[in-house]
Design a protein around this ligand. Structure first.
Ligand code: C2E
Ligand code: CA
Ligand code: CA
Length: 698
C-alpha cells in the first residue's frame, strides 16, 4: 500500500511540474508583450499629442513660455517614454530570464523525478511479480488444504462466538443426522454430549477461552442418531480481540471410537482376568497402593486378604480343567456376594484371590468378613453332574501395623496364608513376624534337601502289610525318612512336598526305588522269605520320560523279580492325565510289577475310572478306617468299596489300622490286607529283620 501511495505522489509531482512549466511558457508570449508595449506607447503618444498642448495653454498664459515649454515638451516626451520603455522592456526581459531559469530547474526536477519514477516502476514491476507468485502459492495451498480436508477423516468446526454460530463439516454426518436435524449453535452441540462428559468439556473450553491454556483439546462422547455414543477428539484455538475477549474459535474433530475401544480392551487385558472377570494382580498392586495412601491420609487401617483354595489342584487333576475353571468363576461370584461394598476382590492367578478392605477401624470388622468368607464355602458345590466340597484358607496383613507398603503387605498376607495352610487349611491367620521364621525354615529345608542325599541323610523304614486271614507279613511298604543332622527325623509329610516343588523328588525317588530293591536283594540273599515291597511314586516322577527304563534297569541290576516290586500311585496322580497314566501303567505292568492305588477315597473322582486303570490293589485311606468301628456310614462305605474292588478283581489293603476292632470289622468285610500301627509302625531294617526272624513272615 505504501508503495502505491508513494508512487502516486511522484506521479502527481511530475504532473504538477509539467503543468507549471507549460504555464510558464504560456505566460511568456512575445507577441502579446510586444503588442502590449506598442499599444501603451501608441496610447500615451496619442494622449500626449492631443492633450499636452491644451493643458499647457490652460496652465501657462504667457505665449513665449508656451513656445519654450512646447520645445521642451517634445524632449520631455521622448525622454519620459524612453525611460518608460526601458523599464517595461527591462522588466519583461528580467521576468523572461527568471522564468527561463525556473523552467530549467523544473526540467531538471522532472528529469530527476522521472528517473525516480522509472526506478519505482521497476520496483513496482518486481513487486507485482512477487505478488503474482504469492497469489499462486496461496491458491495452491488453498487447494491443498481443501483436498486435505476432503480426504482427511477429521472434520472442521468454526464457532462465531459473537453471533453464536457453529459450523461443522462431517460432524452431523458422523453422528448420522441430517443437516437440519441439529441446530448450528454451541447449545445444540452440547445437547448431544454424554452427560458425564459435559462438565469436563465445559471446563476445558472455559480454560482456553480464558486464555489459561494455549489450545483446547478434549475427548468426549456424543450421541448418534441411533442413540449410541461415539468418542470424539476435539482440538481448537480461539481468536481474541483487543480486549482479550474471544470472538471466534475453530478447530478439528475426529472420531476416535475405535481407538477408545482398543484402549479399553487393552486396559481390560492388562487389568482384568479373562476367566472370572475380576481385576488381576496388576490391578491389585496398583490400586492397593492407592488404598494404602488413602488409609495413611485418613488414619484408617487397610486389611489385605490373601486367599487360596484348598486342594484346588485335586479338582483340576481329577475333574479336569473345565471344572476347575467353572469353580473359579463360581468362587468369584460368591466372593462378590459375601464381601462388603467397599471390599475389592482380585484374582492373583491360579486359585489365589487378593482382597483388600479399606477404611477399617476395628480388627473385629476384618474377622467378621473373613469368617463369613470361610463360612460361605461350607456348602456343596455343584458343577455339572458333580457335587463336592472345597474350602479356602486366608492370610491377613493389616496396614500399617503389618506392612508399610504393598510389597510388604502382600508378602506378609501370603506368609500368613501359608502358615494357615500348614495349620490344617480351611482357616485364616493374621500375620505375625514369627511366620517369617517358619518360612525361612522351609527355605532352609529346601536348601538342606539338596545336600541330604550326598550326605547320606536319607534312609528307608519298612512297614509290614499283613494278610487278614493268616495275620502274617506278606509285604512291606518302603517309607522314606530324613535324618537331619540338627533337627533329627523329619516327617515325609513335611519334606516330600518341598522336594516335589523343586524337582528334587526325581533323584530322591530313584534312590528310594534302588535302595528298596537292593535291600530286598540282601534279605533274599540272607535267606528271608521273599517279600513284595511297595514303593511310593510321586506325580513328578510319573511324568519322567525314562521312568520305565529306570525301573527296568534297577530290577536288572538288583536281580529282583518284578513281581516283588509294587508301585503306589495316588488317585490325583492317576487322574491328572488318565490316558497318559494308562499308557505308562501298561508299560510298567508289562515289566511284571504290581500297581496299587494309594489313599483311595480322598480324591474327588468317581469309581468309574477304576475299570480302565490297569491296577492290582486298592488302598483304602486311613480316614475311612479311622471311624469304621464307630460309624455305620463309614463301615458301609468301606464295604461298598471292598465289594466293588473285588468285583473288579482288585485286592484291597486297609491303611492305618490301629485297633483290633478295626481289624475285625475289616476282616469281616473281607478286606485282603491291612497295614497299621495295630501290627507295626514303619521300622528300620534291623528292627524289621528282628520281626521277621520272630516268625511273623509267612
Ligand atoms: P502314605 O503312602 O499314605 O503312607 C502311609 C503313612 O501312614 C506313613 O506315614 C505311615 O507311617 C503312616 N501310618 C501307617 N500306619 C499308620 C497308623 O496306624 N496310624 C497312623 N497315624 N499312621 C500310620 P509316613 O511314613 O510319615 O509317610 C507319609 C507320606 O509320605 C506317605 O503316605 C507318602 O505319601 C509319603 N511318602 C513316604 N515315603 C515316600 C517315598 O519314598 N516317596 C514318595 N513319593 N512319598 C513318600
Ligand atoms: Ca503309600
Ligand atoms: Ca496312603
Amino acid at each position: 500500500m505504501f508503495f502505491y501511495g508513494s508512487n502516486d505522489k511522484k506521479f502527481k509531482k511530475i504532473f504538477d511540474m509539467y503543468e507549471h512549466s507549460i504555464m510558464i511558457n504560456k505566460k511568456f508570449n512575445p507577441k502579446s508583450i510586444a503588442m502590449k508595449i506598442a499599444t501603451i506607447y501608441l496610447l500615451v503618444g496619442c494622449l500626449w499629442i492631443t492633450f499636452s498642448d491644451r493643458f499647457v495653454h490652460i496652465v501657462v498664459k504667457d505665449a513665449s513660455s508656451v513656445t519654450l515649454i512646447q520645445t521642451f515638451k517634445g524632449w520631455f516626451y521622448v525622454i519620459a517614454t524612453s525611460i518608460m520603455l526601458y523599464m517595461i522592456i527591462y522588466r519583461v526581459m528580467k521576468e523572461k530570464e527568471w522564468k527561463e531559469k525556473k523552467l530549467l530547474e523544473s526540467y531538471e526536477q522532472i528529469e530527476f523525478t522521472y528517473e525516480e519514477l522509472i526506478a519505482a516502476e521497476e520496483d513496482l514491476e518486481q513487486q507485482v511479480t512477487e505478488l503474482q507468485k504469492s497469489q499462486k502459492a496461496l491458491k495452491e495451498s488453498e487447494e491443498r488444504f481443501r483436498l486435505a480436508m476432503e480426504g482427511a477423516s477429521d472434520g472442521i468446526w468454526d464457532w462465531d462466538i459473537i453471533n453464536n454460530k457453529l459450523l461443522f463439516t462431517r460432524m452431523k454426518d458422523l453422528l448420522g443426522f441430517e443437516e437440519d436435524e441439529i441446530g448450528n449453535s454451541i447449545e445444540a452441540w452440547k445437547s448431544l454430549i454424554y452427560p458425564e462428559d459435559l462438565q469436563r468439556t465445559n471446563e476445558e473450553l472455559e480454560k482456553h477461552l480464558k486464555d489459561q491454556v494455549p489450545y483446547y483439546e478434549n475427548q468426549y462422547r456424543m450421541r448418534t442418531k441411533d442413540g449410541s455414543y461415539k468418542w470424539i477428539l476435539s482440538r481448537g484455538k480461539a481468536i481474541f480481540n483487543k480486549n482479550k475477549k474471544p470472538i471466534r474459535m475453530a478447530g478439528s474433530h475426529e472420531d476416535i471410537t475405535h481407538y477408545k475401544i482398543a484402549e479399553e480392551n487393552i486396559y481390560r487385558l492388562a487389568y482384568y482376568d479373562s476367566l472370572t472377570g475380576l481385576p488381576n494382580r496388576t490391578f491389585f498392586e496398583e490400586k492397593l497402593a492407592e488404598a494404602l495412601n488413602e488409609g495413611k491420609k485418613n488414619d484408617y487401617k487397610v486389611a489385605v486378604l490373601y486367599m487360596d483354595l484348598d486342594n484346588f489342584k485335586n479338582v483340576n487333576d481329577t475333574l479336569g480343567h473345565m471344572y476347575g475353571d467353572e469353580l473359579l468363576k463360581d468362587v468369584a461370584k460368591l466372593l462378590k456376594k459375601v464381601l462388603p461394598p467397599l471390599g475389592v476382590i482380585t484374582r492373583l492367578g491360579g486359585d489365589e484371590f487378593g482382597i483388600w478392605l479399606p477404611k477399617i477401624v476395628y480388627k473385629e470388622d476384618i474377622i467378621c468378613v473373613v469368617e463369613s468368607i470361610i463360612a460361605s464355602f461350607q456348602k456343596p458345590w455343584i458343577l455339572g453332574d458333580r457335587e463336592f466340597y472345597i474350602t479356602a484358607t486366608i492370610g491377613i496383613s493389616v496396614y500399617p501395623e503389618q506392612g508399610k507398603d504393598i510389597h510388604e503387605m502382600i508378602k506378609n498376607a501370603d506368609t500368613a496364608m501359608y502358615s494357615a495352610k500348614e495349620n490344617g487349611k480351611n482357616n485364616y491367620k493374621f500375620y505375625t513376624p514369627e511366620m517369617n521364621k517358619q518360612l525361612l525354615e522351609k527355605l532352609e529345608m529346601k536348601n538342606n534337601l539338596r545336600y541330604a542325599m550326598k550326605r547320606n541323610e536319607f534312609l528307608l523304614y519298612y512297614q509290614p502289610q499283613i494278610d487278614m486271614n493268616t495275620k502274617k507279613v506278606i509285604g512291606l511298604e518302603a517309607l522314606l525318612r530324613w535324618n537331619h543332622p540338627i533337627r533329627g527325623f523329619i516327617s515325609p509329610y513335611e519334606f516330600i512336598p518341598i522336594a516335589e516343588e523343586s524337582d528334587l523328588i526325581i533323584p530322591i525317588g530313584e534312590w528310594v526305588l534302588k535302595s528298596a530293591c537292593e535291600q530286598n536283594r540282601k534279605w533274599i540273599d540272607l535267606g528271608y522269605p521273599p517279600l513284595k515291597i511297595a514303593v511310593n511314586l510321586s506325580a513328578r516322577q510319573f511324568q519322567q520320560q525314562d521312568l520305565v527304563l529306570t525301573i527296568r534297569d534297577i530290577l536288572d541290576k538288583t536281580k529282583i523279580n518284578p513281581e516283588l516290586l509294587e508301585l503306589e500311585i495316588t488317585e490325583s496322580l492317576a487322574m491328572k492325565d488318565l490316558n497318559f497314566t494308562i499308557e505308562i501303567l501298561k508299560k510298567l505292568k508289562k515289566l511284571g510289577l504290581r500297581i496299587s492305588l494309594d489313599d483311595f477315597g480322598t480324591g474327588y473322582s468317581s469309581l468309574n475310572y477304576l475299570k480302565v486303570l490297569p491296577i492290582d490293589t486298592l488302598k483304602i485311606d486311613k480316614t475311612f478306617v479311622d471311624d469304621i468301628a464307630e460309624s455305620k456310614r463309614e463301615k458301609s462305605i468301606a464295604k461298598a468299596v471292598i465289594d466293588l474292588a473285588h468285583s473288579m478283581n482288585l485286592m484291597v489293603t486297609a491303611e492305618g489300622v490301629e485297633t483290633e476292632d478295626q481289624f475285625f470289622i475289616l476282616k469281616k468285610l473281607q478286606c485282603d490286607k491291612a497295614q497299621g500301627y495295630f501290627f507295626s509302625k514303619p521300622l528300620p531294617k534291623e528292627k524289621l529283620e528282628k520281626l521277621l526272624k520272630e516268625g511273623y513272615a509267612q
